[in-house]
Design a protein around this ligand. Structure first.
Ligand SMILES: Nc1ncnc2c1ncn2[C@@H]1O[C@H](COP(=O)(O)OP(=O)(O)O)[C@@H](O)[C@H]1O
Ligand SMILES: [Mg+2]
Length: 375
């Protein structure tokens, strides 16, 4: 799968832009603040219907405008015709996404069809931040790999919202319905248990792939791992909900369940966050992303689309990573582990040097304050 063309309208600092890409490596070169990462984010929108950075879609609308459009044309041999994906948002309306002009009934139907993996300087945030970031990261990955998981997650989150709303009502005199709470719990329990089982299964599949990538990136002999932690392990969720009902009523939120799960990052059995060096943390984060890439590539291959490797988005890697880790990433680029690549850098000479030994077709773009042209 390759992204052949990209069109932007009022997206972030772009008023209008049209780009035609190489199926190999595409380099966005420009000063800080010119709009390089915004181009990667536009591609991220096409793949995952949302920004990789901003928490709300409205932030992607160019200041002063009242809508944005991101349109991409993908080709997936052997299909002869390219497919067009368009994401758009108008202020005050729902985001829409269309496939060949047909709106999806649900955004979820798009997830996993056009996979992309972003490697960015912010990846180590996954290590430093709280469990919510890690849950969101692994949920997003697992949703792309497994449609059952995505559907389950959507259902679970919907029921959880209803349960929390019901708990809130218990504080007021009006309308709290204990029977309704019980019926929500009856529905929530099997979904939560299945979710936890799927997450545990995913972790088992993910860890060895991740460990192999870490070993290839790092010099040391430290052993890294990822430990899936859930309150549900070995527990009956319906019983847990019941046992915590009084506390949930007092706090007016649901204090147990897979929405509290964590994936704990470990190095030699100790927390990566406090134990690992900066360099080890960077390797850890890149290994997570490379494992993500490998699993997504395997899945699309299993689905029969031989060329459907995920798009790889590399943000500022020459600037932020040391030579050894860059060299490893470029080895993978050179041996065609990756398919189509999009990368950003501030320095054209540095990019040319780094890519000197790479045989793929390379296309370069100059980015200047919200305008971009091929060079
Ligand atoms: N909604 C928006 N409207 C206008 N400008 C925006 C919007 N969102 C981000 N920007 C601007 O885009 C600029 C370029 O951002 P970015 O792509 O991160 O640059 P870089 O080339 O350093 O990666 C920033 O100066 C930012 O202020
Ligand atoms: Mg940037």
């Amino acid at each position: 799968m390759t992204l052949d063309q990209l069109h932007l309208l009022f997206f972030k600092n772009y008023e209008e832009a049209s780009l035609a890409f190489s199926p190999g490596i595409n380099c966005f070169i420009g000063d800080n603040g010119s709009g390089k990462t915004n181009l990667l984010d536009a591609i991220h929108y096409l793949a995952l219907t949302k920004s990789a950075f901003a928490s709300t879609d409205a932030q992607a609308i160019k200041q002063g405008a009242d809508f944005f459009v991101v349109k991409g044309s993908f080709s997936t041999p052997p299909a002869e015709r390219p497919e067009t994906i368009q994401v758009s948002l108008r202020v005050g309306q729902k985001k829409t996404i269309t496939h060949d002009k047909q709106p999806y009934d649900r955004l979820a139907d798009h997830i996993g069809r056009y996979p992309a993996v972003l490697i960015s300087p912010y990846d180590t945030d996954l290590i430093r931040q709280g469990s919510e970031e890690r849950r969101r990261y692994f949920d997003s990955l697992q949703s792309q790999l497994d449609h059952e998981f995505l559907e389950l997650l959507i259902q679970y989150n919907g029921l959880l919202r209803q349960r929390n709303a019901t708990l809130k009502l218990s504080g007021s005199s009006q309308g709290f319905d204990a029977l309704y709470l019980q019926s929500l719990d009856d529905q929530l329990a099997p979904l939560g248990e299945r979710l936890a089982a799927l997450r545990a299964g995913f972790a088992t599949q993910f860890v060895p792939v991740f460990q192999r990538h870490y070993l290839q990136l790092a010099d040391g002999r430290e052993e890294v791992s990822l430990d899936y932690k859930s309150q549900l392990t070995g527990q009956n969720f319906r019983h847990l909900l019941l046992a915590n009902e009084r506390r949930d009523l007092a706090l007016q939120r649901s204090t147990t369940g897979p929405h509290r799960d964590d994936f704990v990052f470990l190095m030699d059995g100790l927390p990566v966050k406090s134990y690992a060096s900066q360099g080890q943390q960077k390797s850890f984060a890149i290994a997570l992303k490379l494992a993500q890439f490998e699993l997504l590539a395997q899945r699309t291959q299993a689905a029969g689309a031989a060329l459907a490797k995920p798009l790889l988005l590399l943000d500022d890697i020459f600037d932020r990573l040391d030579d050894k880790r860059i060299a490893r990433l470029l080895e993978l680029v050179a041996d065609h582990t990756f398919g189509q690549v999009f990368l950003t850098d501030t320095n054209l000479d540095r990019t040319n040097q780094a890519l000197a030994g790479v045989s793929s077709a390379i296309k370069q773009f100059e980015v200047q304050a919200g305008s971009v042209r091929a060079i």
